[in-house]
Design a protein. Structure first.
Length: 380
């Protein structure tokens, strides 16, 4: 029986830290001792380590994941009025940066089972104004990238992967070739927000690319448009990864595969405990992608989602709704975006999705309690 006074977190960042406390503390102290708080040695070390881990030719560290998306779009040289296709069921950042640059977000539907955009959805939205696609690898597994890349090549479109939730996931092509998410498009963008698969203790992000020219341009834009110090070739911004955060990420990167394994183990327990419940639809694992389970998101049908969430809360179990509104219904996009098609799946998902506690420190005892309470509610 679980301790009734135990507080169940959605994400246990403290527990994760305590397991590697000496490594993290030493990394932070080394930065303080060096006084190299901006662009210190840990930044270049982390870049090299992440390039090695992902297989990306270039990693460009920036201040956060949203900056990574914005800088990627800026580096592609798009013009105001150009259209960029983005899923309607995702976090706002993917579409927000499009509108911020005077481009047009074109929102398309997602697959009900995988939560991810597909070629069928994208194809309907392509017009002569379409210049790029932003597939979002939602909740921890890849979009169908082989088909998306083929469609993009056929239509001369750029691809920017939003990999904020799926760093460490592996996509398998039809010929058996494997490649990490974030390394297949013209750019891959990720976030190191603390709760991410690889999270720092503040804000951070990165772009990945295998294109030398795009890498040079992105680095220049991230550094005030400088090609060299005090020589500004383009209008840029000021976005860099803090040295302390890079030092922390260097430590945690060495543990990332173990973190992903822990999430996959926790997901397996959820699958085994909830597979046979009416009105509960478990996340579908796609054959072409591994899954990092950044979130374990179920669908609660028959209009029972909010009632289940309240029931769990009454028993001290947190949950989250990612996302309560599809992007096309957000007021911010009323005058700046367009829909590429009917967005039925996105609208249904916003009414059904519920993310359960998922993190690297999730114990079997806690999960058994969560599963017990979900079953109790459904079967009552």
């Amino acid at each position: 029986m679980i301790d009734p006074d135990l507080r169940i977190p959605m994400v246990d960042l403290k527990g994760q830290y305590l397991k590697i406390k000496p490594e993290i503390d030493n990394a932070i102290q080394s930065v303080i001792d060096s006084y190299a708080f901006i662009n210190g040695l840990p930044v270049s070390e982390f870049v090299a380590n992440l390039e090695s881990y992902t297989g990306a030719r270039h990693v460009i560290p920036v201040a956060n994941g949203t900056d990574a998306l914005q800088i990627a779009l800026m580096a592609l040289g798009l013009h105001p009025g150009d259209e960029v296709i983005v899923p309607a069921f995702t976090y706002i950042a993917s579409a927000e940066v499009i509108a911020l640059l005077g481009l047009v977000p074109v929102m398309v539907d997602v697959d009900y089972d995988s939560f991810n955009v597909t070629v069928a959805h994208i194809q309907k939205a392509i017009t002569p104004k379409t210049k790029a696609i932003i597939p979002v690898h939602l909740f921890g597994q890849s979009c169908p990238m082989e088909e998306i890349l083929q469609l993009a090549e056929a239509n001369n479109l750029y691809v920017i992967e939003d990999n904020a939730q799926a760093l460490g996931a592996v996509y398998t092509f039809s010929d058996g070739k494997e490649q990490q998410t974030g390394t297949m498009g013209h750019f891959g963008c990720t976030s190191f927000f603390p709760s991410k698969n690889l999270g720092c203790m503040g804000d951070g992000g990165a772009l990945m690319t295998n294109d030398d020219d795009l890498a040079f341009r992105a680095k220049m834009i991230a550094g005030h448009g400088q090609s060299k110090k005090y020589i500004h070739d383009v209008i840029g911004c000021n976005s860099r990864l803090d040295t302390i955060q890079a030092a922390i990420l260097n430590v945690k990167l060495h543990h990332l595969n173990d973190y992903i394994q822990a999430r996959q183990t926790a997901a397996k327990r959820y699958y085994e405990g909830l597979y046979d419940l009416d009105s509960i639809v478990l996340p579908r694992k796609m054959s072409y992608s591994s899954h990092t389970y950044h979130q374990f998101t179920i669908k609660v049908t028959e209009g029972r989602r909010d009632e289940l969430r309240s029931y769990l809360s009454e028993h001290g179990i947190p949950s989250m709704i990612y996302y309560p509104l599809p992007l096309q219904q957000q007021k911010a996009f009323t005058d700046v975006a367009r829909q590429g098609e009917v967005l039925d799946n996105s609208e249904i998902l916003c009414k059904e999705v519920l993310s359960l506690p998922m993190h690297t420190e999730l114990t079997e005892e806690v999960q058994d309690f969560i599963i017990e309470k979900i079953r109790e509610y459904v079967e009552q």
